[in-house]
Design a protein around this ligand. Structure first.
Ligand SMILES: *[C@@H]1O[C@H](CO)[C@@H](O)[C@H](O)[C@H]1NC(C)=O
Ligand SMILES: *[C@@H]1O[C@H](CO)[C@@H](O)[C@H](O)[C@H]1NC(C)=O
Length: 441
């Protein structure tokens, strides 16, 4: 077997370890660094090299993969005086930033390498990854990547080894994180929306399992609904993906909204739910556990209501709550596309990538194809949809059940009515009319 070049891998968490071991299996020489000695031991047992510092890890490596939790940790492992990876990195190495970070961050890292530390030889790509621990270990991740074409070519062998699907995003360094940000915007809202709907069904004493089955395959479903609601039904908070990650990622999303001047009504509302969940002590558990924010007095209610008896009246209520989910997803889709637009991303590219990613939903597919077709009249109009939301709001009020995302959506529909968009269909982002809640008039 021919030996492939050396890869320095920093950040051997659940996903990072899988990626590093896969690179080893694929014939790369892998040296690893992590603050957790146990992780280093595992890497060493599998044939990797355990390094004593990021600097030591990067020595003689052609590639440096950085898979730490966030931007602050990335800076720390790269640039800490004397132990930082940059001080071990040989000439012409390629640095691959895999963490989800604010889109402006990779550019700052590049300036640090090229200007502050006088290392113009270093190539840099940003490439947020997704797919979870199992796919990480199989080299079947989805990777978004951006950088100069030279840097992307240089990083190619490592990215191709780790990825099943690789999207090169135009627009230069940071663009991949812009797409990731829009995906996280949707994914984060979809989990929170699923939680709000499931909590409401449970609070009504209806069968949460039956409701779940009603939503699957309908226009109200989402990738996250299908993936996370089973955790809620099982009352299983094993952290397949920790709630803390969405505290971080929704924070990146809403900060970017503030920077861009794009009001993110729905994302901000979802962010509050994750913050509440973290305050309640759920941050290290699965993100689906955010459902307990809606049910503080009976956090297992979605599970216990799974076996509730069904009654002939259920279909009407189910349909109402299913519509609520679809409406929230639709508003989220429009908000996400408005955010993507302000970041300079093409709607067509976003749709192509996100329709196959964790941010996917049926509503996103429908809303985006209508928006791209310039169709603002088909489907239920804004007045009609607002009536439906009002019915749900009244239902929840009777139970004293707290609605967050639905309440935000209702406010948006009211705003759209005030702006005279009542007869319009789903596309009330009204780019042309300038009356969109996402455009400052
Ligand atoms: C780095 O790349 C430059 C430009 O391609 C080349 O001239 C130089 O020899 C390389 N340095 C090393 C140490 O490989
Ligand atoms: C919205 O649609 C409903 C049902 O098609 C219709 O009765 C109503 O007049 C419409 N409202 C507006 C403001 O266009």
């Amino acid at each position: 077997m021919t030996t492939k070049p050396k890869v320095a891998f920093i950040g051997l968490g659940a996903m990072g370890m899988g990626m590093a071991l896969h690179l080893l299996d694929d014939g790369f020489v892998v040296s690893g660094y992590d603050v957790n000695p146990k992780a280093l031991q595992i890497l060493e047992e599998k044939g990797g090299i355990a390094a004593s510092s990021p600097r030591n890890c990067a020595t003689d490596a052609s590639f440096l993969v950085c898979m730490v939790a966030n931007a602050a940790q990335t800076e720390e492992v790269l640039f800490t005086v004397s132990t930082g990876a940059v001080f071990g990195l040989p000439s012409n190495a390629t640095v691959i930033l895999c963490s989800t970070v604010p889109p402006s961050f990779p550019g700052k890292v590049l300036v640090k390498f090229h200007v502050d530390l006088a290392r113009p030889d270093v190539q840099l790509v940003d490439c947020p990854v997704s797919g979870g621990t199992v796919r990480a270990a199989q080299g079947k991740l989805t990777i978004l990547c951006s950088g100069t074409s030279e840097a992307l070519v240089a990083a190619g062998p490592v990215l191709d080894s780790m990825a099943e699907t690789k999207y090169e995003i135009d627009g230069g360094l940071g663009s991949a994180n812009k797409v990731k940000l829009v995906n996280q915007h949707l994914a984060g809202i979809h989990i929170a929306a699923a939680a709000e709907a499931m909590g409401l069904v449970a609070s009504l004493g209806l069968s949460t399992k039956a409701f779940h089955d009603t939503v699957l395959g309908s226009t109200a479903t989402s990738w996250m609904f299908e993936n996370r609601v089973p955790h809620m039904l099982a009352d299983d908070w094993t952290p397949h993906s920790a709630l803390a990650i969405f505290v971080k990622d929704m924070g990146i999303v809403t900060t970017e909204g503030l920077v861009q001047g794009v009001p993110l009504w729905v994302a901000s509302s979802a962010e509050q739910l994750y913050l509440l969940g973290a305050q309640m002590g759920y941050d290290r558990e699965d993100d689906a556990g955010v459902v307990r924010v809606f049910l503080p007095k009976s956090p297992s209610l979605v599970y216990s209501a799974a076996r509730a008896a069904t009654s002939p009246d259920d279909p009407r209520t189910f349909e109402l709550i299913r519509c609520l989910l679809e409406i929230v997803h639709t508003v989220a889709a429009i908000e996400a596309l408005a955010l993507g637009d302000s970041l300079g991303l093409s709607t067509r590219d976003l749709v192509r990538i996100i329709s196959n990613a964790a941010g996917a939903s049926e509503a996103f597919k429908r809303a985006s194809s209508r928006i791209m077709a310039g169709d603002s009249t088909s489907g239920p109009n804004i007045s009609e949809t607002r009536c439906m939301l009002t019915d749900v709001a009244l239902l929840a009020k009777k139970l004293r059940y707290p609605l967050h995302l639905a309440a935000t959506a209702l406010n948006l529909y009211d705003l759209a009515l005030v702006r005279g968009l009542g007869s319009q269909g789903v596309d009330f982002h009204g780019r042309d009319s300038g009356k969109s809640p996402w455009i400052r008039t």
